[in-house]
Design a protein around this ligand. Structure first.
Ligand code: NAD
Length: 433
């Protein structure tokens, strides 16, 4: 099939490349010319393992193009996929200006019947609005499909090529066959429903996963007070098939471009129809508090933080991505700077993106975990990158001025800590040294 994908961010680029890889002719479009220039050199503007190889392969095969000419891409396609950002407004609602602009541009460019497929995460009712925007700019016929995306950054290619399921929302049964044909190259678990339910499935799924995370984090906080170990508790809970073991890792909470914005948006979606989503409000509140647990543990161990050098390991909101949107590191670093600490930052991939967002004389940018630790009074681990799991903890203790390790992701075991000489704090587990 001939596809145009509008937006070459984490979702648009990965989906576009994977659709091309499965034999479709795909034109990826972005407003940002520098992204298009990079992509045409088979360089990815985002960090996503394996993406550059797939881009090269499909460029060479002639199935994939990158352009900033949206109109041309729309005219040469049968299906137009909207994958632009829907970030949060100040009140938590989703900002629909990018998707409305993209829909208007698509409408103006149309030269015949098109299927417009929304992959961006949009509040219930948005696809109807998109329909209205398109209709303002074209008299030609079109259909709208909601196809919310569930990929995870860091494993986005595998998630796209082998999804747990594909959700399709449509209001014209005649589209079912085309949608199934387009997606069955990835999976035969294709759930077709109405558009509003498809929009809601995306928010409800993210809200549920966020709830699991905040739930185990609260259990972790209680474990610390009653002397239980949350990793054992989560293991035991996860053995029950009704519960499942995923998303039960206690830590400093979720971040990223999806869970924080989608939970807040769902609270707003409910609020707009006079429903107070009390449970989800608490999930968000617990998550916000959880980040500051790192700072409390630092104070518990070191006392006041003014002038104190502290190593920070991990800035990305999770491993295997350079995405720092809503990363816990942003707020933690800012709080430490406000307390007067000297923060020595290291991340294997996300340093440049963090530098674009945060700048302060109290920041020392480091080129290795060891450099961030050397002479510091503590190291705080905020992202569970594989690189940190391999660090020699005895050497770490010797590099630190005070041998304090605060592990916000529970990546080290008691055995590893016991022989290290470190004073070790983690989340929901007994203090170890
Ligand atoms: P992103 O910010 O990484 O990418 C959006 C891209 O769209 C940018 O490159 C931007 O330049 C481009 N763009 C904006 N307006 C445009 C226009 N009119 N024409 C052409 N290009 C335009 O966003 P993302 O992380 O890929 O997320 C996209 C959507 O998918 C969001 O709604 C998000 O909630 C959802 N989503 C994201 C993820 C994820 O892990 N990132 C997962 C599932 C769903």
């Amino acid at each position: 099939m001939k596809l145009a994908v509008i937006g070459t961010g984490y979702v648009g680029l990965v989906s576009g490349v994977c659709f091309a890889h499965k034999g479709n002719e795909v034109i990826c479009v972005d407003l940002e010319q520098y992204k298009i220039d990079m992509l045409n050199r088979a360089e990815s503007p985002i960090y996503e393992p394996g993406i550059e190889d797939l881009i090269s392969l499909n460029l060479e095969a002639g199935r994939l193009e990158f352009t900033s000419d949206l109109a041309d891409a729309v005219r040469r396609s049968d299906i137009v996929i909207l994958a632009v950002g829907t970030p949060s407004l100040a009140n938590g609602e989703a900002n629909l200006s990018y998707i409305e602009q993209a829909a208007a541009d698509v409408g103006k460019a149309m030269n015949g019947y098109k299927i417009i497929m929304t992959k961006s995460t949009v509040p219930v009712g948005t696809n109807e609005k998109i329909k209205g925007v398109l209709a303002q700019h074209t008299n030609l016929s079109f259909d709208i499909v909601s196809a919310p995306e569930f990929l995870r950054e860091g494993s986005a290619i595998n998630d796209t090529l082998h999804p747990d399921r594909v959700i399709i929302g449509l209001d014209n049964e005649g589209l079912r066959e085309t949608m199934v044909t387009l997606h069955q190259v990835f999976t035969d678990k294709i759930y077709v429903t109405d558009i509003r339910s498809a929009e809601m499935i995306k928010y409800a799924s993210n809200a549920f996963l966020a709830t699991k995370i905040s739930f185990i984090n609260e259990i972790a906080n209680i474990c610390e007070k009653v002397g239980a170990d949350v990793t054992c508790v989560a293991d035991g809970m996860g053995m029950d098939k009704r519960i499942g073991s995923s998303f039960l890792q206690a830590g400093i909470g979720y971040g990223g471009s999806c869970f924080p914005k989608d939970t807040n948006a769902l609270i707003q979606i409910a609020g707009n129809v006079d429903y107070e989503f009390k449970l989800l409000k608490s999930v968000v509140e617990v998550n916000t508090d959880q980040r500051f647990m790192i700072v409390s543990k630092l104070r518990e161990s070191l006392g006041q933080l003014h002038g104190v050098p502290i190593g920070i390991w991990g800035l990305a909101f999770k491993p295997n991505t350079d995405d720092i949107r809503e990363a816990p590191a942003l707020e933690i670093v800012e709080t430490l700077i406000q307390a007067g600490a000297i923060v020595k930052l290291y991340d294997p991939i996300a340093m440049n993106k963090f530098k674009e967002r945060v700048d302060h004389p109290n920041i020392v940018w480091c080129s290795s975990p060891q450099q961030a630790a050397e002479g510091s009074d503590a190291v705080c681990l905020l992202t569970d990158w594989e690189e940190f799991k391999k660090v020699d903890l005895v050497q770490l203790a010797s590099l630190l001025h005070k041998p304090v390790l605060i592990d916000g992701r529970n990546i080290f075991t008691e055995d590893q800590i016991q022989s290290s000489g470190l004073e070790y704090y983690s989340v929901g587990r007994p203090r170890m040294s």
